[in-house]
Write a protein that binds this ligand. Structure first.
Ligand code: AMP
Ligand code: MN
Ligand code: MN
Length: 326
């Protein structure tokens, strides 16, 4: 188990490092979700309570449905020019620093802290606080907040609960442990706004998004005796429905939810890039399949960027899944 490896820092070691530094840049992964942002915001808020300076780097825009998160308006692609040389860059929810995108300036390993819960994290930081069995990076951060002794106020509680609800699919995925539910209850008592999180991340849909869902469902294909379902979305579908890439985020779960389906893939050919989302019902490891094509993630949820055409991406992904037992 990776938690017992000496290459994984203890919460006490990480907190000693946090106390030693005066300035921080919280770094989230490209196409951010509620976990990468919520985890960084929660830790950022806690560090500010301790009088530290905090900036938030994200190369893409914050998705519409996450703009309710405290601190989201402070996110920027630009890093303040007057930060001290020993500024600590805190990478949340990514198995490698490259997932921060090409706009992040070079950072020395000495100034990298890696906080994550992905399988196969490359342990790229000076300190790596990687707990693979946690349901979200936010719950990993929670260990640090406890060690820091910072009171969990309502904004911090909302950020952490948003990470849990994002990565458990609103308490539906198999990573919804009793511990995750206990923590969620505790966070609600501390003022986390569960209503707002539910509404923004799960319930409210743009009409254009629902129309796009219709197109993607129309294009569904079933292979391997109906155990593999895949579909795609391209620029033309977005154009036709008025939707955008943000409206495709959880559609892959609808594919996985079809009767008899074990594995689902959604191919997103948008803006000259092909990003593939993979989901598994639990029999097949889609993290291993994604890794074969340069991606990564978790056992049941993974992703990759395919370099080539959409027509080539379909068989390439299928072959990777077959190699993992599809
Ligand atoms: P998504 O399908 O985009 O929701 O991503 C599912 C999981 O796969 C998340 O844990 C992502 O961090 C991970 N993931 C997605 N794309 C990539 C990629 N290109 N490289 C590594 N991990 C990825
Ligand atoms: Mn994420
Ligand atoms: Mn995560």
């Amino acid at each position: 188990m990776i938690e017992s490896s000496p290459r994984i820092a203890s919460a006490a070691q990480v907190v000693a490092e946090l106390r030693r530094r005066s300035a921080f840049v919280m770094v989230s992964h490209v196409k951010p979700d509620g976990d990468t942002l919520g985890a960084g915001f929660a830790l950022g808020l806690a560090l500010k309570r301790l009088g530290k300076r905090v900036a938030y780097f994200q190369q893409d825009a914050v998705p519409r449905n996450l703009r309710f998160l405290p601190e989201s308006e402070l996110v920027s692609r630009a890093i303040p020019g007057d930060l001290p040389p020993d500024t600590l860059y805190v990478f949340c929810d990514m198995s490698d620093w490259r997932r921060a995108g090409e706009h992040l300036p070079a950072v020395a390993r000495e100034n990298m802290l890696d906080i994550d819960h992905h399988l196969g994290n490359s342990l790229f930081g000076k300190l790596n606080f990687v707990l693979e069995h946690e349901c979200s990076t936010g719950t990993v951060v929670m260990h640090l907040l406890r060690e820091l002794g910072v009171p969990i106020d309502a904004p911090i509680a909302t950020c952490i609960l948003a990470t849990i609800m994002t990565d458990t699919g609103g308490f539906m995925h198999s990573n919804t442990t009793p511990e995750a539910l206990d923590l969620a209850a505790e966070l609600m008592r501390q003022g986390a706004d569960k209503e707002e999180i539910t509404d923004q991340i799960f319930l409210r849909k743009r009409v254009a998004a629902t129309k796009l869902l219709g197109c993607i469902i129309d294009a569904m294909k079933f292979e391997h005796a109906g155990r593999y379902c895949y579909s795609y979305v391209d620029d033309a579908m977005l154009e036709a429905t008025g939707a955008d890439g943000e409206d495709t985020e959880d559609v892959v779960n609808t594919l996985l939810g079809q009767e008899g389906v074990d594995v689902a893939a959604l191919f997103k050919a948008i803006d000259g890039e092909i990003r593939v989302s993979l989901r598994s019902g639990g029999r097949l490891n889609v993290q291993a399949a994604a890794q074969r094509l340069g991606g990564g993630g978790h056992f049941r949820a993974s992703g990759l960027t395919y370099h080539g055409t959409l027509q080539d991406a379909f068989p390439a992904v299928e072959a990777a899944l077959v190699a993992e037992g599809l």
